[in-house]
Design a protein around this ligand. Structure first.
Ligand SMILES: Nc1ncnc2c1ncn2[C@@H]1O[C@H](COP(=O)(O)OP(=O)(O)O)[C@@H](O)[C@H]1O
Ligand SMILES: [Mg+2]
Length: 314
C-alpha cells in the first residue's frame, strides 16, 4: 500500500484516504478529467453524512484549464436550487479546491436502468420515457434561465446531456449531474480539455461543428435521449467517434417509427421538432419541449417510475 492511499480492488484504482474534509468509501467513476466517489463527510455535530465527491484527476490538478473548468462547474452548481439538479454541498468560497461535495443521489444512472432492463428482457414503458425526459427538460430549462447572485443571467448550456449524466433517485426523482462541459456567460466556448469528455452521440449538429451554443443545443440533446428511450435502441450503433460526428453534423436523424413501428405519431412529430438540424426550427426553449411532452402523457408520476425502477433492481 502506498502511503496515504488505500488499495481498493483493481490495479490503478486506489481510493484516496481523504479529499479535503471528505473520506472516500467507494469510487463511482473515473473519466478523462475527473474522479467521482461516494464519501463520508463529518459534520460538526459528530454525525457522518454520506455524500458524493467529484475531483479533478490528480494529474490535472495543476493544469490551469482543468481547474478553470472545475471552478466553473462548481460556480454554476452553486447558483442552482432545483430538485432536478444535483445539489452542491460547498459554499461559494470553497469551490476552487479542485474538488467539491454533492448530495449523493440514491438511485441508478440511466445507463444502469437501461442495461438492467435489457438483461431482464423488459422494455421501459413509453410514459416513463416521456416523463423522464420531461422532468429533465424542466431541470435543464431552469439552468438556462437561472441568474447569478448578482442578478446577471448565467446563460448556461449543459452541453453534455448523455444518459450517464442522468440519475434516477429511488423516490422517482430524475436528477441531472455533471455541468463539467457546460457553457455560460463566464465560459462561452469549449475549453481545450472539454473536447475529451463529451459524448458525441448526444451533441447537437452545431456542437459537433464547434460552433457557439445556445439553449436550443440542449433541446436537441434531450431529443436524442428521448429518441433512444422511446425506441429502445441507440441512435448511432457500431459507429466510430468520427463517423458519429460526421452523421450528427449533417443532422440526419431517422424517424423513430423506422425503428419502432408503434411509436405514436404525436410523439414522433414532437421528437423530430426537437431534433431539427437548424436550431431555429426546434422548440425554442426546453420548457416548451417539456410542456408538449407532459401533454403527450408524460404527466409527472414519480411513484410509477420509482416502482418500475425498483422492480428491476430487487
Ligand atoms: N451526486 C451524485 N450522486 C450519485 N452519483 C453521482 C453523483 N454525481 C455523479 N455521480 C455518478 O458519477 C458519474 C460521474 O460524475 P460526473 O459528474 O458525470 O463526472 P464526469 O465529468 O467524470 O462525467 C456520473 O455518471 C454518475 O454515475
Ligand atoms: Mg458525466
Amino acid at each position: 500500500m502506498r502511503s496515504g492511499v488505500a488499495r481498493s480492488g483493481a490495479r490503478g484504482d486506489e481510493l484516496p484516504t481523504a479529499i479535503g474534509r471528505y473520506r472516500p468509501v467507494r469510487r463511482l467513476r473515473t473519466s478523462p478529467l475527473a474522479e467521482t466517489f461516494v464519501a463520508l463527510a463529518d459534520r460538526d455535530d459528530g454525525i457522518s453524512e454520506v455524500v458524493a465527491v467529484k475531483r479533478i484527476r490528480p494529474e490535472l490538478q495543476h493544469v490551469a484549464d482543468a481547474r478553470a473548468m472545475f471552478g466553473h462547474e462548481a460556480l454554476l452548481l452553486s447558483s442552482f436550487a432545483h430538485r432536478g439538479i444535483v445539489r452542491l454541498l460547498e459554499s461559494h468560497a470553497t469551490t476552487s479546491h479542485g474538488h467539491f461535495g454533492l448530495e449523493l443521489v440514491h438511485g441508478r444512472t440511466l445507463p444502469e436502468v437501461v442495461r438492467r432492463a435489457e438483461e431482464y428482457g423488459v422494455r421501459m414503458p413509453l410514459r416513463h420515457a416521456i416523463s423522464i425526459v420531461a422532468s429533465l427538460a424542466e431541470a435543464v430549462d431552469y439552468s438556462h434561465v437561472c441568474i447569478s447572485a448578482d442578478r446577471t443571467p448565467l446563460c448556461t448550456v449543459h452541453a453534455d446531456l448523455s444518459p450517464a449524466n442522468v440519475t434516477l433517485a429511488i423516490d422517482g426523482t430524475v436528477k441531472l449531474v455533471d455541468f463539467g462541459m457546460a457553457r455560460s456567460r463566464m465560459r462561452p466556448t469549449q475549453g481545450r480539455l472539454q473536447a475529451l469528455g463529451s459524448a458525441v452521440a448526444y451533441m447537437s449538429p452545431e456542437q459537433c461543428r464547434g460552433e457557439t451554443l445556445d439553449r436550443r443545443s440542449d433541446v436537441y440533446g434531450l431529443g436524442v435521449l428521448l429518441w433512444e428511450l422511446a425506441t429502445w435502441s441507440r441512435l448511432y450503433r457500431r459507429l466510430s467517434h468520427d463517423q458519429v460526428v460526421a452523421r450528427v453534423a449533417i443532422g440526419a436523424v431517422p424517424l423513430p417509427s423506422q425503428v419502432r413501428a408503434d411509436i405514436p405519431a404525436a410523439l414522433e412529430d414532437t421528437l423530430m421538432i426537437a431534433l431539427q438540424p437548424l436550431p431555429q426550427r426546434r422548440f425554442s426553449t426546453a420548457a416548451e419541449f417539456a410542456r408538449v411532452l407532459r401533454q403527450l402523457g408524460g404527466a409527472e408520476d414519480p411513484r410509477g417510475l420509482d416502482a418500475w425502477v425498483r422492480r428491476l433492481f430487487h
